[in-house]
Design a protein around this ligand. Sequence first.
Ligand SMILES: CC(C)(COP(=O)(O)OP(=O)(O)OC[C@H]1O[C@@H](n2cnc3c(N)ncnc32)[C@H](O)[C@@H]1OP(=O)(O)O)[C@@H](O)C(=O)NCCC(=O)NCCS
Length: 180
Amino acid sequence: MEVETDRLLLRGWRDGDLEPYARMCADPEVMRFIGSGLTLGREQSAEQVSRFLRHWEERGFGLWALEERAGGTFIGFAGLAHQEDWAEGEHKTEVGWRLDRAFWGRGLATEAARASVAYGLETLRLKRIISIIQPENTASRRVAEKTGLTLRGETRWRNSDVVWYATDRRNRPAELKPEA
Ligand SMILES: CC(C)(COP(=O)(O)OP(=O)(O)OC[C@H]1O[C@@H](n2cnc3c(N)ncnc32)[C@H](O)[C@@H]1OP(=O)(O)O)[C@@H](O)C(=O)NCCC(=O)NCCS
């Protein structure tokens, strides 16, 4: 299950992704607003990738590995994840993104997020997709906004203060529909 955008390939995970993924998750700047803000060791990164793969097997969708098409480089992940412990309503599918710092600031997260949301709403026919973000994570909040998600509330989730955004299939901005 692959998706192509102008600059990115959203693809399945490969063995060779683990090393750059672990390097990315060992970067304090990348992990600053994720959970407790701690970096991950190699084993923890490997466990995460195993969880991503299990999610794909169990639900038929998930977080894609992101590859920059020009250089064929692994640059992070984006996609959809079911958050079973999300308590603000019945819709628990979250769009998420995490990029290696060398690739920030070029609109790549937004490009991947838009493709992920389009896939969720149009292909999977989800009614709502959410995004859960720590309030100080300004870059991530901008990505959510540029992807057409709107702020819906604030709450506590997994021991952190978070704000949450959502987009609904019914009220989706026209410019984010695939035919536009
Ligand atoms: C969040 C993240 C994916 C953004 O990736 P990116 O490819 O740089 O994002 P984009 O270029 O598409 O958009 C980023 C936007 O945030 C803005 N931005 C970035 N840093 C900012 C800051 N410190 N303060 C204010 N705005 C900021 C950019 O200017 C841009 O907005 P603009 O297009 O209006 O100028 C990347 O920073 C990342 O991987 N962070 C660590 C992991 C993470 O926090 N993931 C999300 C968890 S909820």
